[in-house]
Design a protein around this ligand. Structure first.
Ligand SMILES: NC(=O)c1ccc[n+]([C@@H]2O[C@H](COP(=O)([O-])OP(=O)(O)OC[C@H]3O[C@@H](n4cnc5c(N)ncnc54)[C@H](O)[C@@H]3O)[C@@H](O)[C@H]2O)c1
Length: 318
């Protein structure tokens, strides 16, 4: 069988996607890669490559050497970091996707592209945001995500590259820290709740955004790539969501388990402006009908699992 390649594999998603792919397809069939090296004590150094996705020769060499048939292309700068370094964000997010699609075209390889709620903008309907709607983002991150969605569609239609993708909401996880996105607060709040019992949130109360627990996100990434192409009329950029929450709703849910937990607010204007331009609740009916997407975790079950897993990680048995 041809192998899987994951780029940006040391990030928040990659650290959970790689083990899940290895579980499904066998350890030797999944090559993890990142611009960073694996820590010296890492367990699975055998199937890891240092790969800078802006370097075409490196990409082609890794893909030919391992006979890669499907790439999960995760390397990117996230929303808040991209606003800080827009030129770098354009180069990484766009150049790497273009190079990946070119090699995918040459080597007849499938490609997964993670888009985002950031691909929408202030003129997009913010509630029940449709699958096909206005996309005029006003952030560099959003510009690269819309352009990426269009480029994937183009390569699918023009060259027959099997490019597929999802528009992820904010992802909540306990394995790896988030990488500089607007919804990072939804992860940080759990660490702080356990470690200090209080959290200062950079977004205003009432800032409602879509979220998803990482196990659902990983399953969605595998399921969309496994879907029968005959069932897909969109292929790319499927809206997927699991819950739509505000900081105070998340805090209230944590309070049920940590009764003296306290939240206060110190608004970061950059993150707040980005959040205010994003949907409050996406409509993901296209994903539900075309490839039977359904989340398994809601706010309550995610909070229970997050607290349990994070406590085990932060407070190991003595
Ligand atoms: N995490 C989320 O909430 C979320 C939501 C929507 C979409 N996404 C998208 O999913 C993808 C992965 O997100 P993440 O949260 O895992 O990001 P992350 O920031 O945690 O990880 C990105 C990884 O890319 C690596 N990288 C940076 N430059 C590179 C280069 N030139 N070549 C190869 N690797 C490089 C970094 O070292 C890092 O390990 C991104 O495209 C992101 O836009 C994430």
């Amino acid at each position: 069988m041809r192998k899987f390649l994951v780029t940006g594999a040391l990030g928040q998603i990659g650290q959970e996607l790689v083990p899940a792919l290895r579980e499904s397809y066998g350890g030797a069939n999944v090559v993890a890669s990142d611009i960073r090296s694996l820590p010296a004590d890492a367990a699975d150094a055998e199937h890891f490559e240092v790969l800078d996705c802006t370097k075409p020769q490196q990409i082609e060499e890794v893909m030919r050497t391992h006979d890669v048939g499907c790439v999960y292309h995760l390397a990117a700068l996230l929303s808040a970091t991209a606003e800080d370094k827009p030129q770098t964000a354009w180069r990484l997010n766009m150049d790497s996707l273009y190079l990946m699609l070119e090699v995918a075209r040459e080597l007849d390889c499938a490609l997964f592209f993670p888009s985002s709620i950031g691909a929408f903008g202030p003129t997009t309907p913010r509630d029940q945001t449709p699958q096909d709607t206005i996309q005029r983002p006003n952030t560099m991150y959003g510009v690269t995500k819309v352009a990426g969605e269009l480029l994937c569609d183009y390569y699918a239609q023009r060259f027959g590259v099997d490019a597929r993708g999802l528009r992820f909401p904010g992802l909540i996880s306990y394995v790896a820290p988030p990488g500089g996105g607007t919804t990072d607060y939804s992860v940080e709040i759990f660490y702080q709740a356990i470690q200090t019992g209080r959290y200062t949130c950079p977004l205003r109360p009432g800032t409602r955004l879509d979220m998803m627990y990482m196990p659902d996100a990983i399953r969605a990434m595998i399921e969309v790539m496994e879907a029968d192409p005959a069932d897909l009329s969109h292929r790319n950029a499927f809206n997927v969501t699991a819950m739509s929450v505000t900081p105070e709703e998340l805090a209230d849910e944590i309070l049920k388990h940590i009764p003296d937990f306290v939240i206060d607010y110190d608004i970061d204007p950059v993150r707040q402006a980005i959040a205010d331009s994003w949907p409050r609740a996406m409509n993901d009916s296209a994903a539900r009908s075309e490839w039977r997407w359904a989340p398994r975790y809601d706010l309550s079950s995610m909070t229970v699992d997050m607290l349990e897993k994070l406590r085990a990680k932060l407070e190991p048995a003595k």
